[in-house]
Design a protein around this ligand. Structure first.
Ligand SMILES: C[S@@+](CC[C@H](N)C(=O)[O-])C[C@H]1O[C@@H](n2cnc3c(N)ncnc32)[C@H](O)[C@@H]1O
Length: 258
């Protein structure tokens, strides 16, 4: 297992790329999926950096304990404030870039707007919890932001950190080849994305919508827009209400008198 002193480099170059610094007791989980495909290629091309810090390297006893029983009783263990704080102090002293975020089911729900903000900054410092979570005092003392990836409970923050990093990395310059594909994606304009089709044009008796075969760019764009609106309206009434309040809908505009 990597020691903290090995995994935190001394000093960062002033022009460092977007950097994800991850504090974890399971460093071997990384890079995991982040080492593959789009994110993995971008990592190899140094378009972003991943620094993994083993929280156990900051434990104070010979057993390298990072957790203890909860005051007040109850099941499970709690990650110790002093050990977590020492890990945070080490990465801060090293100039770790970006906000300090604890992945937590109690946090504000991560969304594409927050992902865009984070990707536009210098990076993120992510604290991954295990057991019952982290001693509240260090979260308060370090003014840690809490972010959740959804209303369910994972066994650790590492998968959530991977989700957050992946979502940010694909927005970094040069990572996704066709930038236009990002602009069309779900959430970019407050709508879910339209459906996609590829060859064959007919499969098991199902034909590709005629508009997409028309070669007529304006008709294709209008069809995709209508599909995106219908899908959003049906599947996510919350997003749809916000979208209509902010932008109106094609349907409404089409109904307006000239
Ligand atoms: C078993 S969970 C702890 C759950 C905690 N006792 C609770 O009920 O809120 C262990 C760790 O997984 C991570 N985690 C679990 N669910 C998450 C979620 N939905 N989003 C982000 N991180 C999550 C957090 O880092 C958490 O400290």
């Amino acid at each position: 297992m990597a020691e903290a002193s090995e995994s935190v480099p001394a000093g960062r170059p002033p022009t460092a790329p977007w950097t994800a610094t991850v504090l974890t007791i399971l460093p071997e989980i990384f890079p995991g999926p982040l080492g593959q495909s789009l994110a993995g290629r971008a990592l190899a091309e140094a378009r972003w950096r991943l620094e993994i810090v083993d929280i156990r390297g900051f434990a104070r006893d010979k057993h390298r304990s990072v957790d203890d029983t909860p005051f007040g009783g109850g099941p499970g263990m709690v990650m110790r404030a002093d050990v977590v704080d020492a890990a945070i102090a080490a990465v801060s002293a090293d100039g770790a870039a970006g906000p300090l975020i604890y992945l937590s089911p109690r946090g504000r729900r991560l969304d594409q707007a927050r992902v865009r903000d984070l990707a536009a900054g210098p990076g993120v410092v992510l604290l991954c919890g295990r057991f019952e979570g982290v001693d509240q005092r260090v979260l308060e003392a370090r003014a840690v932001e809490e972010l959740s990836i959804g209303d369910f409970v994972l066994s650790g923050g590492e998968p959530a950190a991977i989700v957050l990093i992946d979502a940010c990395v694909r927005l970094l310059p040069g990572v996704v080849g066709a930038v236009s594909s990002l602009a069309e994606e779900s959430f970019e304009r407050g709508l879910l994305e339209y459906p996609h089709y590829t060859r064959p044009a007919e499969w098991q008796g199902r034909a590709v919508p005629a508009e997409l075969l028309s070669g007529h760019h304006a008709r294709i764009a209008a069809w995709r827009r209508r599909q995106a609106e219908t899908i959003t309206q049906t599947r996510r009434p919350d997003l749809w209400a916000r979208h209509v309040a902010e932008h109106g809908s094609t349907k409404e505009r089409n109904d307006e008198p000239d």
